[in-house]
Design a protein around this ligand. Sequence first.
Ligand code: RIB
Ligand code: CA
Length: 324
Amino acid sequence: VYKRQVMTRKLIIDTDPGVDDAMAILMALASPELEILGLTTIFGNAAIDVTTSNALTLLETVSRSDIPVSVGESKPIASGYLGPVPQVHGANGLGDAELVTPNTSASAEGAATFIHRIAAENPGQVTILALGPLTNLAVALQRHPDLPALIDRVVIMGGNARVPGNATPVAEANINNDPEAADLVLGADWPVTMVGLDVTHQINLTGAAIDRITSRESAGARLLGNALPLYRGFFEVTNGLDGIYVHDPATIAYLLDPEAFTTQSWPVRVETESFSRGKTWPNLGDTDEAAPPAWQGRPRIEICTEVDSDSVLRLVEQRLTASA
Ligand code: RIB
Ligand code: CA
């Protein structure tokens, strides 16, 4: 029998778990197409010690502590940490679910060092999947200018090209948490895909689908079942939504089925001043020569502008009901 050769994609997941981060990581662990080489943690939904503990707890819960966890930055590169969002992800970052204290610990190697070492050991083969603020990637770029040439692609959950923000009227949370880092990362010489609010605010995982996922008999399903109620409550109260918007898991769907997404190639700048701080501004349509000065010389990145939501939702449910 001819077995379809599944090309596995080597992945480093930079993450601020985070309820939807946890969903994305569980989805990735249930996807044979993806090989997770490590998690790097970042501040964002909660402080760095909390997101790191959650990453360790998550991997222990599904018996995947073989995957190394490297601790990243505790604050943005050029400003202070805006602070946790307990109203969204709970005080403990995972919906205030009852959590076991992890027995494993993070590696002594910091996130930026880990990212560069793994990229150098696997030149041109590693995808960095960034699910939180882009500080670790910016620090890695500053310390290792050769990094972009070693990386296959950077895929981020973040930004908003032509829709309003979620953290502020103008800015998406991950970009808003470190606009200076985002401007560096989106301007570096590596291929980038931006999976932002333009598409994730179109992907609504309903309460019924969540119930189907969390009613499964598995450690991962039980953790999500305890972490999701608070997160669902946030979307119900703020958006009158039945269920949740699929932010971080949408990036896994992109990696598994990029055809479900429509992208446009535009250069992007990130606003760092005043009340539009954190807004990702694409230069639509212009030729590079006609681009206004701030966009001159900026690489075009792939911005997701449309999505086949049903296809993504099927993939999310299929993988999360298959996960360990
Ligand atoms: O705006 C949504 C993003 O911010 C997601 O990655 C969520 O986990 C938070 O980090
Ligand atoms: Ca996240």
